[in-house]
Each structure stands twice: as structure tokens, then as C-alpha cells.
Design a binder for this molecule. Structure first.
Ligand SMILES: Cc1cc2nc3c(=O)[nH]c(=O)nc-3n(C[C@H](O)[C@H](O)[C@H](O)COP(=O)(O)OP(=O)(O)OC[C@H]3O[C@@H](n4cnc5c(N)ncnc54)[C@H](O)[C@@H]3O)c2cc1C
Length: 379
């Protein structure tokens, strides 16, 4: 990089080495098998727990290391180039964990967080439904009060960790006639009677990332499993979104950096018309453009990380980061694939996987059209 990163200490660098070695040892050798089965193995979470890379920010009182969010960013950055097993880790360690930490009752924190840190239990967040994605308040899954239980009915789709998860935070209407103000968040153990999972969904990319469907038929969820207050779920989701969106931006920049570095190596090695492909002016100009874009993304994301550490990252800025960095990632992987020629289209080359994996980044976490809506509301 032309601009030196200033956020990380030597302790952070040591942790980065640990994460990198873990992923090389546990994730990379299994990638092809996971891609074939459409999901990673639950056991990799036990290994991740044992390696100390799950839930970095969970306080010691709940079995975690109580580290700062830069440790979270490191996991995201290291996992991003590896056909995005990072989405599984981040969903568990950063998204589900934070809902639990910020809105869970003390008994819920005591029950779930230590098991999440250890990797015994894998978590998912289930908002999207077949007929409601961007418009979360239009969800139809209902949770109607019956004494000391909610009776949960409905279905969820596109859920990350959906077939492997042990429990899910489910967004449901506790007040079905209300819109946003009728949504609550329930922690649902997936072994409860009436809670079922579909098989892994077949996707064009992120193939080792588990994406599934959840079905709920008269599932009796104890009322103590609610996160925070009844009908406040939508507000809680809005509160969590800035960090969730910055996570996508962080992984976008890291994935773009990896694609750039693979391509630089490739074009220096590959020859055409008696010279290295790297020597053509078109190649040099393309790489110059990509390096500029990546540096812009990296600088903006690091600034956002700094704001996040101080509790100052606002929703609009996080939306800008998610939108611009995921679009930039798309431009970078496309140009890098082109510079690989036909080899770029071969599945065995990492750039081919990076190309298809990148596409989802513009869709999940709120589509980029929704990001522009949110940015425009703040003009
Ligand atoms: C790999 C993957 C993993 C995912 N993981 C999870 C998960 O763990 N949990 C979860 O709950 N969900 C998850 N999702 C779902 C994801 O968040 C939704 O797909 C996304 O929010 C879009 O919703 P939708 O698919 O229903 O599209 P729709 O909302 O139907 O959108 C269709 C198109 O309309 C556009 N559009 C919609 N509303 C507007 C508007 N107001 N203005 C302009 N354009 C608009 C969209 O941008 C899009 O282009 C995942 C999705 C994928 C692909």
C-alpha cells in the first residue's frame, strides 16, 4: 500500500498471523469438499473456538477475550479472499453476538455467549423471507403470545449459517397488524419441535458458505427468549446496521487487495507477443487504476473503523462504505479476471471464485439501491 495503515498494533499483527494460519490449516484444505456439499462443517467452529478467533469482542465475563473490534476486522480481512468463509464467521462472531450482547437479558448472555465463543453453538440471524427482503417491516412470520410462550409460525430464506446453525435470532411480528413497530427478535433453538431447516441453497458463488431456509410451524418459544423489549426489534436492527455494513466494506477492500495481488503475480509471469503481460501499457494502466481505487477504499474504510472505535460511525457513512466498496470490489475482480485471460474463467483459479463471490456483496446487508436510498435521505 502507498498509505501506511495506522490502526493496528503488534498484538493485532500477532493475532492476524494466528487467524491466517488457522484459515490455511482448517478452511483452505476443506474448501473443495465444502463447496461440493454447499456448506462448511460445524466442526470448523469448534476448531475456530479452540484457536481463539471467534467472538473477539465478547467480554471475559462471558468467556470471551474482551478485545477491541480491530480484532474482528482482522478476521474479516483474512477470511475475505478465501471464497468467503468469512461470512460464516462474521455472522456468528460479529452480528449474532452483538445482538446478544446489546439486547440480551443476563441469563441469555450467560447461556449463549460462552458456547458461541467456544464454537459449540453456531448462530444465525433470520430476517429475510421469501416475500420480504429489503422491506423488512413487511415480514409475515408471526410470534403470538400464549401464556409463557410465543407461538412462532413462518419461514425465512437466504439465511447465512442456515443449515449448520444451532439457534437463530428470528425477526417476527408480535403485533401482526403493525409494521415496523410490531417486530420482535426471538432467540430460537433449532432443536425445538416444529423448527426445521431446508438443505443448503445452490448458489453461483460463495459455495462453501452455508445459506439456507428455516421453517417454523407452531414452535413454542419461551417468552424469556426475547431480545430486549417486545415490538422494539426493528429499532434494534437499525441500531446494529452501521457495523454490519462496515463489515461488508472491510471484506470488500480485503478481497479486492487479494485479487489485485494475485493478478500482479500472474501478469508478471504470463507472456504474450514476446513480453510479460505486465509490460503492456493497457495492463499497467489498468493496474494503476485498480491500485488507486483500492487505496481510496482502504483509506475510507480505515477512517470508518477509527470512527467505529470511538462510537462515532453513523448509519449514512456506513451505507456509503458498504455501497462504494462493494461496487469497487466488483470492478476490481472483473478487471483482474480479464487480465488472467481464459485462465481467469477456470474455476481452479482464485480470481474466478473471487469474481462470482463478489457479486453477493452488492445484495446482502441491504442492497446497494437501499444504501443509496439511505444516503439520499440524509442529503
Ligand atoms: C449469500 C446471501 C446471504 C444472505 N444472508 C442473509 C442472512 O444471514 N440473514 C438474512 O436475513 N438475510 C440474508 N440474505 C438476504 C439479503 O439480505 C436479501 O437478499 C437482500 O436484503 C435483498 O432482499 P430480496 O432478495 O428480497 O430482494 P428485494 O427486496 O426483492 O429486491 C429486488 C430488487 O429491488 C430493489 N429494491 C427493493 N426495494 C427498493 C427501493 N426501495 N428502492 C430501489 N430499489 C429497491 C433491490 O435493490 C433489488 O435490486 C442473504 C442473501 C444472500 C444472497
Amino acid at each position: 500500500m502507498t498509505i501506511k495503515r495506522e490502526l493496528f498494533s503488534e498484538d493485532h499483527d500477532r493475532f492476524r498471523d494466528t487467524v491466517r494460519r488457522f484459515l490455511q490449516r482448517e478452511a483452505e484444505p476443506n474448501r473443495e469438499r465444502w463447496e461440493a456439499q454447499g456448506a462448511f462443517d460445524h466442526a470448523v467452529f469448534d476448531a475456530a473456538g479452540a484457536a481463539g478467533i471467534l467472538c473477539p469482542t465478547v467480554p471475559e465475563a462471558y468467556g470471551g477475550p474482551g478485545a477491541d473490534p480491530l480484532y474482528s476486522a482482522i478476521v474479516l480481512e483474512e477470511a475475505a479472499p478465501l471464497s468467503n468463509f468469512g461470512l460464516a464467521l462474521t455472522m456468528h462472531s460479529e452480528i449474532v453476538t452483538n445482538y446478544m450482547l446489546h439486547f440480551g437479558s443476563e441469563p441469555l448472555k450467560q447461556r449463549y455467549l460462552p458456547r458461541m465463543v467456544a464454537g459449540d453453538w453456531v448462530g444465525a440471524l433470520a430476517m429475510t423471507e421469501p416475500a420480504a427482503g429489503s422491506d423488512v417491516k413487511a415480514i409475515r412470520t408471526s410470534a403470538l403470545r400464549d401464556g409463557e410462550h410465543y407461538v412462532l409460525n413462518g419461514s425465512k430464506t437466504f439465511i447465512s449459517n442456515g443449515t449448520v446453525c444451532d439457534f437463530a435470532i428470528v425477526a417476527a411480528k408480535t403485533e401482526p397488524t403493525a409494521a415496523a413497530k410490531g417486530v420482535s427478535l426471538l432467540i430460537v433453538d433449532m432443536n425445538l419441535p416444529g423448527a426445521n431447516k431446508g438443505p443448503p441453497l445452490k448458489k453461483i458463488g460463495l459455495k462453501s458458505q452455508d445459506t439456507g431456509e428455516l421453517f417454523f410451524a407452531d414452535v413454542r418459544v419461551p417468552t424469556t427468549q426475547i431480545l430486549g423489549e417486545e415490538n422494539r426489534g426493528f429499532a434494534y436492527m437499525m441500531q446494529e446496521l452501521p457495523w454490519e455494513r462496515l463489515q461488508i466494506a472491510i471484506s470488500a477492500v480485503a478481497a479486492a487487495e487479494a485479487a489485485y495481488s494475485w493478478t500482479l503475480t500472474y501478469v508478471r509471469d504470463r507472456r504474450a507477443f514476446g513480453q510479460a503481460v505486465a509490460e503492456f501499457q493497457n495492463t499497467r494502466f489498468t493496474l494503476a487504476e485498480l491500485k488507486t481505487e483500492i487505496t481510496l477504499g482502504r483509506t475510507f474504510v480505515d477512517r470508518c473503523l477509527g470512527l467505529m472505535l470511538r462510537g462515532e460511525l453513523d448509519a449514512t457513512t456506513a451505507s456509503m462504505a458498504k455501497y462504494w466498496c462493494s461496487e469497487m470490489q466488483g470492478r476490481v475482480v472483473d478487471a483482474c479476471l480479464q487480465l488472467h485471460g481464459g485462465y481467469g474463467f477456470m474455476a481452479e483459479y482464485p480470481i474466478a471464485r473471487a469474481y462470482v463471490d463478489a457479486r453477493a456483496q452488492r445484495i446482502y446487508g441491504g442492497t446497494n439501491e437501499i444504501m443509496k436510498e439511505l444516503i439520499a435521505r440524509d442529503l
